[in-house]
Design a protein around this ligand. Structure first.
Ligand code: B12
Length: 210
């Protein structure tokens, strides 16, 4: 009954939401399905925020509840360590954007699948991505962003990577909230991932050896 979890999250019932998530786990519901319900709840919270029913403290509370739940859930997601085999992935939230819950889930899943991940954090300028690519030499670069303004930051970051002569060395995947195929074209990234698992699958596909 993930509906009760969604309801608790939407109604900002912190203790109940965490308890519901744990209960679902206990009943054998798949961790990814629970995370999926959390995203559904966040959609509703976001809509209420847009309508002026909820305000910034509600977003903050939603973020807090989500962090707690993903802290319990993500470690239980079974990865297949064989896939990534130490392939390097660099990831960060682009300039102007501080949302990182989704990104952190991606990091976790990548690591669970055997990738070596360098997370450069939130609100990172294009130059920071370039510098980190030079130092870490990843094969895959992930950019996260949930704000509309993040699209331009992603575009600028891809351009900076091009200008630094590194574009052919990396495959770029973007993700987060409302990122779509269209945004992928706009930013000139290689792909977009609708969710964290899709990102992991792409990274595996891109770096498959032999
Ligand atoms: C929690 C939250 C916050 C928290 C964030 C806490 C944190 N540490 O991240 C706080 C309170 C800080 C916050 C702040 C703001 N927020 Co906010 N926030 C949200 C909310 C409710 C949930 C976001 C979330 O965590 N979702 C759950 C995660 C799991 O989903 P996700 O990030 O999409 O990630 C999944 C996939 O997309 C994917 N993924 C994500 N990144 C990547 C990257 C790669 C490479 C890959 C492969 C995959 C991938 O993997 C994840 C798991 O599958 C959303 C509403 C919504 N619908 O999302 C609004 C929302 C994103 N926020 C919004 C706004 C407006 C703001 C503020 C500007 C509010 C303000 N007036 O200050 C500030 C922005 C500050 C800034 N400069 O960034 C708007 C954005 C509107 C827009 N179009 O630009 C939204 C959509 C709400 C709304 N509907 O109005 N927010």
């Amino acid at each position: 009954m993930t509906d009760l979890l969604v309801q608790a999250l939407v109604e900002m019932k912190e203790a109940e939401a965490l308890q519901r998530a744990k209960q679902l786990l206990g009943e054998g519901v798949a961790p990814l399905e629970i995370l999926e319900s959390c995203s559904r709840a966040m959609e509703i919270v976001g809509q209420r925020f847009e309508k002026g029913v909820y305000f910034l403290p509600h977003l903050m509370m939603a973020g807090e509840m989500l962090k707690q739940i993903s802290g319990v859930i993500t470690p239980l997601i079974q990865g297949q360590k064989t896939g990534g085999k130490g392939v390097k992935v660099l990831i960060g939230t682009v300039e102007g954007d501080i949302h990182d819950i989704g990104k952190n889930i991606v990091v976790f899943l990548l690591e669970a699948n055997g990738f070596e991940v360098r997370d450069i954090g939130i609100n990172q300028k294009p130059a920071k991505f370039v510098e980190a690519i030079k130092g870490f030499q990843p094969e895959v670069v992930g950019m996260s962003g949930l704000l509309t303004l993040a699209f331009d930051s992603m575009k600028k970051t891809v351009e900076a990577i091009e200008e630094a002569g590194l574009r052919k060395k990396v495959r770029i995947v973007i993700g987060g909230g409302v990122v779509t195929e269209k945004i992928k074209d706009y930013t000139r990234a290689d792909a977009y991932a609708a969710d964290a698992m899709a990102g992991v699958r792409l990274a595996k596909e891109w770096t498959k050896r032999g």
